[in-house]
Design a protein around this ligand. Structure first.
Ligand SMILES: Cc1cc2nc3c(=O)[nH]c(=O)nc-3n(C[C@H](O)[C@H](O)[C@H](O)COP(=O)(O)O)c2cc1C
Ligand SMILES: CC(C)CC(=O)C(=O)O
Length: 361
């Protein structure tokens, strides 16, 4: 039987995965306060639908950074897809392309970007980058990504150091099993060969100057992933980036960052419609997407659900995730009286008296 919801799919994935791999995917940093907060925030915010608006079947197609997409749902970058399923990132890319959805390939993918592009066969790929202190290596990787046909660079800025994931420490999960590695981290060797994969470096020295450097190094649109402070959103505007992805890394980096949904309104205010805003963290239902759009996001990204689909059924599982969310979003918009994203606004959101009181006291 096919899972009826993404939550059922997670349970199915958990049955299939090694416990250590499940924890690696499911877990967050420290006490996992942020991990829980992301999902809980959606449950706490109510929707108040409009009726009798006669808008017809909701239209979900949209354009993000010049890329047409069948729905405002992007696949967030997640590492190690071959740990979830032997077909790994190729399966994810095929499912995304068939659904007309954008896939963001992780720099830590266990399949090389060129092979993912081949599997995607004309689908839209974005590439996620951890800026490496070795700028020569970073630049060579950017050339690789451009040559593979990726349409945007998603630069993750929330990881000056690696978050402490206690589930992995407890499980002794320190390395990928033999035969798997971060294929994009293999520098070019002589005669078209590739050397051994380098570890991904995290650097506390990264600054806005590196974003300026990146801006000059590529003509690809730049998305900054991991912004949560409105002051940084303003900096992003000044530095000429093309979009921001409001993200707390699915609760895997700094613990106790509030839910991304709660952080979105001040960022949307700072951006003032001048850049597209994406949001990730805890999206599990179509109604979650309506809430994110109502608070100012242009699109959302999904991380773990894709891994659950992949673990449960490979390409078909990822296709099921995308189709489940697409149809849930369509139904939620119809039930809210919305015919397109432009009908989705804050008037649909219920702010309880209790919450209003808390805010003013
Ligand atoms: C197993 C796993 C691996 C991830 N790998 C990356 C990564 O390589 N690069 C990155 O920028 N974010 C990575 N993320 C964070 C996701 O891009 C995204 O921000 C987060 O998963 C969104 O929350 P969700 O899982 O609740 O949808 C990873 C998340 C998970 C769960
Ligand atoms: C290989 C890691 C850096 C991937 C990541 O960002 C994560 O696990 O959250």
């Amino acid at each position: 039987m096919k899972a009826l919801s993404l939550r059922e799919l997670e349970a199915e994935a958990q049955r299939r995965l090694e416990p250590g791999a499940y924890d690696l995917f499911a877990g967050g940093a420290d006490d996992e306060v942020t991990l829980r907060a992301n999902e809980n925030a959606f449950a706490r915010l109510g929707l108040v639908p409009r009726v009798l608006r006669g808008r017809g079947r909701p239209q979900l197609e949209t354009t993000l950074l010049g890329c047409r997409t069948s729905m405002p749902i992007v696949i967030a970058p997640t590492a190690f897809h071959r740990l979830a399923h032997p077909d790994g990132e190729r399966a994810t890319a095929r499912a995304a392309a068939a659904a007309g959805a954008i896939m963001t390939v992780s720099m830590a993918s266990t399949t090389a970007i060129e092979e993912i592009a081949e599997a995607s066969a004309g689908g839209t790929l974005w590439f996620q980058l951890y800026l490496q202190p070795d700028l020569g290596f970073t630049e060579a990787l950017i050339r690789r990504v451009e040559a593979a046909g990726c349409k945007a660079l998603v630069v993750t800025v929330d990881s000056p150091v690696f978050g402490r994931r206690e589930r992995d420490l407890r499980n002794g999960f320190t390395d990928l099993p033999s035969g798997l590695c971060c294929e994009n981290m293999r520098p070019a060797g002589p005669g078209g060969t590739r050397g051994p994969a380098r570890p991904i470096a995290f650097s506390e020295a990264l600054s806005w100057e590196h974003i300026d450097w990146l801006r000059k190094s590529t003509s690809l649109p730049l998305v900054l992933k991991g912004l949560v402070h409105p002051a940084d959103a303003k900096m992003a505007l000044e530095r000429g980036v093309d979009a921001v992805l409001v993200s707390n890394h699915g609760g895997r980096q700094l613990d106790t960052i509030p839910a991304t949904l709660e952080l979105l309104p001040p960022i949307a205010e700072a951006i003032g419609g001048r850049l597209p805003i994406l949001l990730d963290g805890g999206i599990r239902r179509g109604t979650d997407i309506v809430k994110a759009l109502a608070l100012g996001a242009n699109a959302v990204a999904i991380g773990r659900p894709v891994l659950w689909g992949l673990a449960a059924e490979g390409e078909a599982g990822v296709a099921h995730v995308l189709e489940t969310l697409r149809s849930e979003l369509e139904r939620a918009m119809a039930l809210c009286g919305c015919g397109s994203a432009s009908d989705v606004g804050p008037e649909l959101l219920h702010v309880s008296r209790w919450e209003k009181q808390c805010r003013t006291s």
